[in-house]
Design a protein around this ligand. Structure first.
Ligand SMILES: Cc1ncc(COP(=O)(O)O)c(C=O)c1O
Length: 203
């Protein structure tokens, strides 16, 4: 604890947190949710379109049948199976026990950064990318190597290849192949090229 100018105790934040300041997402959320504002800056669907009744009855049915659903437990096997079946329909095959359930994509990003990134390690990302990505990697003070984003085709794979050939060894490369944020594009062609570039540039 340290004392503020008014004498009230305040927490001494870690260096990265002191550096990071207000996030762009936080600012967009407070501006975009003001009464009378319809913001197209974030993925905020009209609340009247949410299936409120269906969510309510699904939650009630689960809690009626199995109050232990509120208990700590290993990952919920039926949900893992459901996720694996859905992904198989989309052409991505894996076993249900390989599914790691998270509270959302942001938590998944943060966990991956913790798993893969050393403090000060390299990461390749696009100049146009989801702003929450920065929050996920910031605690590790990474060396961010950015490559241009083409509005039509997404990540500039040639620029990635040049970085790899030049000796870059990123902990990971961040891109969003489907529903790219902010382009909303499907850039699977760039991702396929990226896979080939990785094979040839990092033998
Ligand atoms: C590319 C991308 N990753 C992560 C997120 C955060 O997702 P979640 O709300 O599931 O944590 C978003 C939200 O818009 C996103 O666009």
């Amino acid at each position: 604890m340290i004392e503020t100018a008014t004498g009230a105790p305040s927490l001494r934040l870690a260096e990265w947190a002191r550096r990071s300041g207000t996030s762009a997402l936080q600012t967009m959320l407070s501006v975009g949710t003001r009464p009378g504002t319809i913001s197209l800056a974030l993925g905020l669907p009209a609340p009247e379109l949410f299936p409120v009744a269906e969510y309510g009855s699904a939650a009630a049915a689960v809690l009626d049948e199995n109050p232990a659903a509120l208990q700590y437990s290993p990952p919920h096997a039926p949900l893992q199976t459901q996720v694996a079946a859905l992904m198989a329909q989309r052409g991505v095959a894996f076993a249900p026990e390989q599914v790691f359930l998270t509270a959302g994509a942001q938590q998944g990003l943060s966990l991956l950064a913790r798993l893969l990134l050393e403090p000060g390690g390299e990461v390749i990302a696009e100049t146009l990318c989801y702003t929450g990505f920065q929050q996920a990697v910031e605690p590790f003070s990474p060396r961010l190597l950015t490559v241009p984003t083409d509005p039509e085709t997404g990540m500039d794979v040639d620029a990635v290849e040049a970085l790899l050939v030049g000796g870059a060894r990123p902990a990971f490369i961040y891109t969003v192949p489907d529903g790219h944020n902010p382009l909303a594009e499907m850039i699977d062609e760039a991702v396929a090229r990226l896979g080939r570039a990785l094979q040839t540039a990092t033998p």
